[in-house]
Design a protein around this ligand. Sequence first.
Ligand SMILES: Cc1cc2nc3c(=O)[nH]c(=O)nc-3n(C[C@H](O)[C@H](O)[C@H](O)COP(=O)(O)OP(=O)(O)OC[C@H]3O[C@@H](n4cnc5c(N)ncnc54)[C@H](O)[C@@H]3O)c2cc1C
Length: 432
Amino acid sequence: MSRPTADTVVIGAGVVGCSIAYELARSGHRVVVVDRAAGPGLGSTSASSAVIRYNYSTWTGVVAAWESKHRWESWEEHLGGTDDGSLARFRRTGGLCLDSPNQRASTVLGLFDQVGVPYEVWTAADLALRLPALDRGKHYPPKPVDDDAFWVEPSEELGGYWTPDSGYVDDPSFATHNLMVAARRHGAEFRFGATVTQVRRAGDRVEGITLADGSAVDAPVVVNASGPHSGRINELAGALDDFRITTRPLRQEVHEIPGLPAGNAPLPMIADLDLGTYLRATPTGNILVGGTEPECDPLHWLEDPDDVGLNPTQEVYQAQTYRVARRIPQATVPNTPRGVVGVYDVSSDWVPVYDRTSVRGFYVAIGTSGNQFKNAPVVGEFMRAIIEACENGHDHDADPVTVPLAQTGHVADLGHYSRLRELTATSGSVMG
Ligand SMILES: Cc1cc2nc3c(=O)[nH]c(=O)nc-3n(C[C@H](O)[C@H](O)[C@H](O)COP(=O)(O)OP(=O)(O)OC[C@H]3O[C@@H](n4cnc5c(N)ncnc54)[C@H](O)[C@@H]3O)c2cc1C
């Protein structure tokens, strides 16, 4: 019996892998997606806060998020159908980014002007009027919550900027399932419980993958979309020789606390780099809170992404939720943590690597650095453009592929995501 073949094997059925599979399949490629988990979106995507915001430190970062927002808004149209009658939903709550030197507002707002992202600059007085539940105290720099300085009453007030189009997607795993169903409509095949143990090569060209059960899929193109396992899959392919940007797994926790008492307006997304947190409402009215890697907090880098330890800790719970309670005095913090543990696949500069590699036919969509769920709708298109150009002999390293973006009219220069780039100047955190 001959071995199964495909035009492309995608390793990983997270939101990124499923988006790539969808774009390739609808362009006529025969795609096989393999994932070691039991279904789509069960890796780091399942822990995602799925916040949709536009404040990145680079033009391409802002453009990718702004283009994607339009696709989340017309999700059914983007996918060409529903998922058994329903779909994940983008909830537009608005978003506030409080002042902080950790991501310069002047840079971000200049980019918003160029890209066309609507915003309003709020003074402390605007903040009092528009979001009265928020304490306006300026606490910068962020401090550990067991440091007395954390409790010192601030003497200055801060403002921020408001983006009315921010929000969140209500179910990141279901959004990924939606992409899988859309890809299947175009013939993509998904195999679950399928762990890649070998990326096979003939000389400097890939020729397929081998799975833990000994079975194999032959394909001239293999895409690494394995999230926090990206470094391992790159090693299997022997593709790391010329990368200037590396990736590393970073443990994260996201917690949930009760919403504000009745009578308060629903909370928008709030990026609070002044204290070191971000938060948003949940569909049931609770508050979801995560961290923004303030310098005072230890980073939990992992040698092995599988050694993550799935129990949320009291330490991180307190750090995140006490900061929320400092900002929103009416917030309540129950004794017992209720949260999820996830892993970021962090690149050297917190910008992803969407690129070819030195191994012909081996491509990467990695280093998503805790901030690429929102961009998944365009990442599929970016990767299809790179793969099709390179497989047709184009030298993407010397002459980066550009992609015209249908919804916003901008053009994305994919050299931004090159593995060969010098470090990009960013916030050096999940904000990108
Ligand atoms: C806690 C947390 C909060 C976040 N919040 C936000 C946010 O608010 N907004 C935002 O835009 N982004 C956010 N992100 C980032 C975003 O969720 C990720 O960038 C995105 O989900 C990554 O998707 P992925 O498909 O690349 O990876 P994954 O979802 O991790 O998928 C990779 C898949 O590869 C599979 N795999 C790994 N190794 C193998 C192998 N050897 N063989 C076969 N399969 C394999 C895994 O099983 C997994 O399903 C957050 C991430 C985390 C962890």
